[in-house]
Write a protein that binds this ligand. Structure first.
Ligand code: IVH
Length: 674
C-alpha cells in the first residue's frame, strides 16, 4: 500500500520521539518518557511499518532487535586497524613512557607543553562501528586488530549506540571505537540466572560481555543489556577534523554517543597521577568495572606525528591498577567453623600479590560452590580480590590440573568436634549443630567481644581460641568468672595484661541491653535489629515471651528472625545462660537506661564509609548523614572526622588508623544520628 505524505510524516515523527526518549534513557541516564508511553508509540510505529513495509529503514528504533539468529559471523577488515595499548603498572613506568615519547618527538614543537587526556579504562570488549551517511552500517569486534567479526545485528541491540548520528554536517563515513561492557548489576543478575538454571557463571563482566557479543541470536544479546562508551573517532581526511582528543570526545557526545563522563584534561603528569590515585578508590563506587586509566596525548597532530610502534600507539598508555584477579595454585583446603556452626571451606594458596596485598587464602563459600568449580587439590585457580571484598576463588583452570589429582569433597563430620555435619535442603552451607563445638564457641566469644556487642578490649582471635582449647570458657557467662590467675595460664599473658582483660570483661557488664542481646548471637539478629527489638521489648522477659507474630509486628523484623528468636528462647541451655548473665549483674533490660546520646548536629562533620555495613546500604548511610548536616567523602584525610567501618574494610581503615581518626560501627553511627 502506498503511504500518504501524512503517514510518512507520522512515521518519521514517531521515530524521532522514540529516538529522543531512548537517548535520554540510555545515554543521558535521564528518562523523559514513561515506559508505558514509549511502548504505545513503539507499537504505533511497528503497526505502521507492518502496514507499509517499504517505509522500514535499518535505523528505525524497531530494527534494533532482529529475530533471525545468524548462522555464523563473517570476517571483516578494519579500515583503520584497532591497536592495543602498552601497559604501565606504576607511576615510575608512566614517567618512563613520557620520557620515551618526548625523546621520540624531540623535534616536534607541540611536544614541549603536552596536555594529557585521562579516561577510565573500561573493562569490556572493544567494538569498531562504521557509519555511512550518518547511519550505522557495521559493528565489528576487534579480532586480531586487522580482521574482526561482523556482529552488526548484535551491536544494534545496544541501546546506547545510536543507529543514526545526530547533529549537522555528518561526514559521509565515520568510524567510532569504544568499549562494550556489562554493568555490575546486570552482570550479577545474569550470573544468578545462569547458576539457577544450572549453567556455569561467567568469571567476570569482561568475559560475559565478550561472550554475549558473539551470541548468534540477537534476541539473546538484547536481553543481556550491554552498554557502550565511545572513545575514539576517525573522520575522513577531507572533513573538518577535531584538533584534540577532548574535541573528538565532544564530537562523539554531540553525535549521540555515550562518552564516559569521568574524563579530564591534565596540563602535566602531576595531574595525571592525581587522577589515577583518586580513581583507585573511587572506581569501586562505579556501576561498571574499570581496571586502569588510559592516558592519551590531547593534541591529535602530535599523535599523528608520534605514530605507532609495531604494536602500540606511542601517544597513549594504559596505567593499570594492581591486579585484582590472578592464577595461583590451591595447595590445600581447610574448613572453618563459624559461630553459627556454618562450615566454610577455605583454599590455602601459593601466596600472590593482589590489589596491593599478599593473598594466601581465599574463600570457597560452601560445598555446592566447590562442586560447581570442580576443584581438585593442586589445581591452578583464578583468585579475585576486588577492592574491599574478601578474596575468593572464581574459577579453576582444568587444563593445568596435575595428573592424578583428586576432587575435593567437603567433610561429613565437623573438623573441630567430629560430630556429624547437617546439610539442610534449604541452604547450601553444611552446619555443625553441636553447641559445645569448640569452633562454634570460639566464634561466639569473638562475636560477643566485638565493638557493637560487649566491646571487650583485648579479647581477640588468639585469646578466644586458647580460652576454649584450655576449657576455661564453655559458655559466654564463663567469661565473667575468669580470674587473673586463670588468664595467666595462657600463652604470652603476663599479670598486667591479665588484669587489664579482667577489668575489660568486668566493664562490659554495664553494656546496654541491646548490645548484650546482639552479643548472645541469636541467628539473624544484627546490631541494628537488636536495637529495634530492645525498643519494642524493653526487657529480656518480654522478649522471651514474645510470639513470632508479636516479633514480626516490629517494623524491620522479618519471619526468619522471629522464628530464630522464639526457637532460641525455647532451649533450656539458653534460658540458663540468661539467668546466669543476670545473676552476674548484667542488665538485660532497657528500663533505667539513659538515652543513648544527646542530640548531636553533624553540621560540618566529614565522614568516610568503608566496608559493607550490616544493614544500611552506602547510599542510605550517606543520605542519613547528609540529612543530619554531615558530609560524606570518598577518601580519608586529616579533614575526616569519622570513618564508618563495616565488614571487610579496605585501605581507608588503615589510613584512618594511621591518622588517628575516630572509627564508628554502624550502630555507633546510628547512635550519633539519633
Ligand atoms: S584507546 C589506540 N581508551 O583497552 C587506542 N582504550 O588494553 C586504543 N579500553 O583495546 C584504545 N577503555 O579495548 C582506549 N578509554 C579507553 C579505553 C580503552 C578501555 C580498552 C580497549 C583497548 C584496551 C587496551
Amino acid at each position: 500500500m502506498v503511504a500518504s505524505a501524512e503517514i510518512v510524516q507520522q512515521v518519521s515523527r514517531l521515530r524521532e520521539q522514540l529516538q529522543k526518549a531512548s537517548y535520554a534513557y540510555y545515554v543521558l541516564d535521564h528518562p523523559i518518557m514513561e515506559d508505558s508511553v514509549y511502548d504505545r508509540l513503539y507499537r504505533q510505529l511497528q503497526d505502521l511499518e507492518t502496514q507499509y513495509p517499504h517505509l522500514i529503514v535499518p535505523e528505525s528504533p524497531t530494527q534494533r532487535v532482529g529475530d533471525q539468529p545468524a548462522e555464523q559471523f563473517n570476517s571483516v577488515e578494519h579500515h583503520v586497524p584497532l591497536y592495543s595499548l602498552e601497559n604501565a603498572f606504576n607511576l615510575a613506568e608512566l614517567r618512563q613512557w613520557q620520557d620515551r615519547w618526548m625523546r621520540h618527538g624531540g623535534s616536534i614543537p607541540a611536544a614541549n607543553a603536552p596536555e594529557y587526556i585521562c579516561e577510565l579504562k573500561i573493562d569490556g570488549s572493544a567494538l569498531a562501528l562504521t557509519y555511512e551517511n550518518g547511519v550505522l552500517l557495521r559493528g565489528a569486534t576487534r579480532g586480531n586488530g586487522t580482521m574482526g567479526e561482523d556482529i552488526t545485528p548484535n551491536v544494534k541491540t545496544i541501546r546506547s549506540i545510536p543507529l543514526r548520528l545526530t547533529g549537522e554536517a555528518i561526514p559521509e563515513r565515520v568510524e567510532v571505537r569504544g568499549e562494550a561492557f556489562l554493568g555490575l548489576e546486570v552482570f550479577a543478575r545474569l550470573n544468578q540466572e545462569r547458576t539457577q538454571g544450572g549453567e556455569p557463571p561467567f568469571a567476570n563482566p569482561r568475559n560475559a560481555a565478550a561472550g554475549t557479543l558473539r551470541q548468534l541470536d540477537p534476541r539473546m544479546v538484547s536481553a543481556r543489556r550491554l552498554d557502550f562508551f565511545a572513545y575514539t573517532l576517525h573522520l575522513p581526511e577531507t572533513s573538518n577534523q577535531p584538533k584534540t582528543q577532548w574535541e573528538a570526545l565532544q564530537w562523539l557526545t554531540q553525535s549521540g554517543f555515550k562518552v564516559n563522563p569521568n574524563r579530564t584534561c591534565c596540563p602535566s603528569l602531576a595531574e595525571v597521577e592525581q587522577y589515577y590515585t583518586r580513581w583507585e578508590t573511587e572506581r569501586h563506587q562505579l556501576p561498571y568495572l574499570t581496571d586502569g586509566v588510559v592516558v592519551k596525548l590531547n593534541d591529535l597532530m602530535l599523535q599523528t606525528q608520534l605514530g605507532f610502534t609495531q604494536k602500540f600507539p606511542r601517544w597513549a598508555i594504559a596505567l593499570k591498577y594492581p591486579a585484582e584477579e590472578l592464577p595461583t595454585v590451591v595447595k590445600s583446603v581447610t574448613v572453618q567453623v563459624g559461630r553459627t556452626g556454618a562450615l566454610t571451606p577455605v583454599a590455602e594458596l601459593e601466596p600472590i600479590q593482589l590489589a596491593g596485598t599478599t593473598v594466601k587464602r581465599a574463600t570457597l563459600h560452601n560445598g555446592d560452590r566447590i562442586a560447581q568449580l570442580d576443584l581438585c587439590l593442586g589445581d591452578t585457580a583464578i583468585v579475585r580480590k576486588a577492592g574491599e571484598i574478601i578474596p575468593e576463588v572464581v574459577r579453576v583452570l582444568p587444563e593445568l590440573r596435575p595428573p592424578g589429582s583428586t576432587r575435593y569433597k567437603m567433610p561429613t563430620t565437623c573438623p573441630e568436634c567430629n560430630s556429624p555435619v547437617v546439610n539442610l535442603a534449604t541452604e547450601a552451607v553444611s552446619r555443625c549443630i553441636n553447641s559445645a563445638c569448640p569452633g562454634i564457641l570460639r566464634g561466639a566469644l569473638l562475636h560477643a567481644s566485638g565493638r557493637d556487642a560487649l566491646d571487650i578490649d583485648g579479647l581477640g582471635e588468639k585469646l578466644a581460641a586458647q580460652m576454649v582449647e584450655q576449657q576455661l570458657v564453655r559458655s559466654l557467662s564463663d567469661l565473667y568468672e575468669l580470674t587473673i590467675d586463670d588468664l595467666m595460664k595462657l600463652d604470652r599473658m603476663g599479670q598486667k595484661s591479665a588484669q587489664k582483660l579482667v577489668e575489660a570483661i568486668a566493664k562490659s557488664k554495664t553494656r546496654p541491653w541491646h548490645s548484650i542481646l546482639y552479643a548472645i548471637g541469636i541467628r539473624h539478629v544484627g546490631a541494628v535489629n537488636a536495637k529495634l527489638l530492645c525498643e519494642a521489648f524493653p526487657s529480656v522477659e518480654q522478649l522471651a515471651q514474645a510470639t513470632e507474630s508479636d516479633l514480626e509486628s516490629v517494623h524491620g523484623i522479618g519471619a526468619e528472625m522471629s522464628a530464630a528468636i522464639v526457637q532460641w528462647f525455647q532451649l533450656p541451655e539458653n534460658q540458663s545462660l540468661i539467668q546466669r548473665l543476670q545473676a552476674l549483674g548484667l542488665s538485660l533490660s532497657a528500663l533505667g537506661e539513659g538515652k543513648a546520646s544527646s542530640p548531636t548536629s553533624l553540621t560540618g562533620k566529614t565522614f568516610v564509609l568503608t566496608g559493607t555495613l550490616p544493614s544500611l546500604t552506602r547510599s542510605q548511610a550517606q543520605t542519613r548523614i547528609e540529612n543530619a548536616g554531615g558530609k560524606v567523602t570518598s577518601s580519608v584525610s586529616t579533614k575526616t572526622d569519622y570513618v564508618v567501618v563495616g565488614d571487610n574494610p579496605g585501605s581507608k581503615l588503615t589510613k584512618a588508623q594511621a591518622l588517628n581518626i575516630t572509627q564508628l560501627t554502624e550502630a555507633q553511627l546510628l547512635d550519633l544520628l539519633d
